[in-house]
Write a protein that binds this ligand. Structure first.
Ligand code: TYM
Length: 337
């Protein structure tokens, strides 16, 4: 039997601790995690197994993982409401991923946009993990009987694959084998764009770092990057993603942080110049990130405490993951230990 439905629905999400996290990760994911945390049973993790699909420097991976966790807490993730953990601390993720590997199809994985994009940059030897990565993500989600997955727009396809897999296996092993999850895509800033090439997504691994705002950027860097942000040859400050992607991106960033509507922001900038929009967007971002950076630094100064938090999170997560994995093993026909 699937675990009885909890009084609150379940949320799970994660970020790869590769390089430094960006404003895209913050607005597309973390800020919404915080908003949703009181109304759901939330599970938030640093997905280090996913990060390993691309070669990582061991020291940098360790530091980036601690920093990601510190940023989650500093952004307002409340340990009373959320289970916070590191993916590799829960062996069941890799175990369930194997079972999903035996149920996912080559064709559907080949269609994943992110695989096509990343593999085209990987050179001659494409790691198999890059191909099967969405199945590990599906395992992350299905292990916790997740109802809702808050992610940016770029991860929607992976959540849809997870739904397909859950339904396929429910067809084989019974309807209550897996909860079929839904994506939760934020209404604004679901795809924060690169500041220098605003038709591309802002990314941790952009070739030109000046196009990405990293959550650890200094106030001076934030100002400089916004000042250089690509706009267009017009003058009007208007939200029009098709024809004015750079200006629309800055408006979206403001809207996602302040909660102001797009129309209100447009009205506020009536008759003003692009320079005003850039300077004020930088200011809003600095105000938002300043306290988070300060708190994250304090947390990072005490790794023993972070380790304690992660141990506690791992214990809670492992207990739940084990129940789901045993249920699936039993249904598949493995002898139970
Ligand atoms: P990752 O690490 O690429 O991104 C983490 C989260 O940030 C969102 N995001 C963005 N949102 C808006 N604008 C952007 N420019 C932007 N860039 C990134 C992503 O949509 C994501 O929500 N496979 C996932 C991590 C993962 C996961 C999971 C997520 C692994 N297991 C289970 C949810 C549930 C990834 O690589 O995200």
């Amino acid at each position: 039997m699937a675990t009885p439905a909890p009084s609150k629905k379940v949320i799970l999400s994660g970020i790869q601790p590769t390089n430094r996290l960006t404003l895209g990760n913050y607005l597309g994911a973390i800020k919404n995690w915080v908003k949703l945390q009181k109304d759901f049973h939330c599970h938030y993790m640093a997905v280090d197994l996913h990060a390993y699909t691309v070669r990582q420097d061991p020291e940098a991976l360790r530091n980036n993982t601690y920093t990601a966790i510190a940023i989650y807490i500093a952004s307002g993730i409340d340990l009373e409401h959320c289970t916070l953990f590191v993916q590799s601390h829960i062996p069941q993720h890799a175990q369930l991923a194997w079972l999903l590997n035996c149920n996912g199809y080559m064709g559907e994985l080949s269609r994943m946009t992110q695989y096509k994009d990343k593999s085209s940059k990987a050179g001659a030897n494409i790691p198999v993990g890059l191909f099967t990565y969405p199945l590990l993500m599906a395992a992350d989600i299905l292990l916790y009987d997740t109802h809702l997955v808050p992610v940016g727009d770029d991860q929607k396809q992976h959540v849809e694959l997870t739904r397909d897999l859950a339904q396929r296996m429910n067809g084989l092993y019974g309807d209550d084998t897996f909860v079929v999850p839904e994506p939760y895509i934020p209404p604004v800033a679901a795809r924060v764009m690169d500041l220098l090439s605003p038709t591309n997504k802002m990314s941790k691994s952009a070739v030109n770092e000046n196009g990405s705002i990293f959550l650890t950027d200094s106030p001076t860097d934030i100002e400089k990057k916004f000042k250089r942000a690509e706009t267009d040859s017009g003058k009007e400050i208007r939200h029009d993603r098709q024809n004015k992607p750079g200006v629309s991106n800055l408006i979206d960033i403001q809207a996602a942080i302040t909660g102001e509507s797009i129309a209100a922001i447009e009205a506020r900038y009536d008759g003003k110049m692009y320079g005003h929009l850039k300077v004020e967007t930088a200011e809003i971002v600095k105000q938002e990130l300043g306290p988070i950076q300060k708190h994250a630094q304090e947390l990072l100064a005490d790794k023993t405490e972070l380790d304690r938090i992660l141990k506690q999170g791992a214990e809670k997560a492992r207990a739940k993951a084990e129940v789901t994995l045993r249920r699936v093993h039993e249904r598949i026909g493995f002898i139970m230990s």
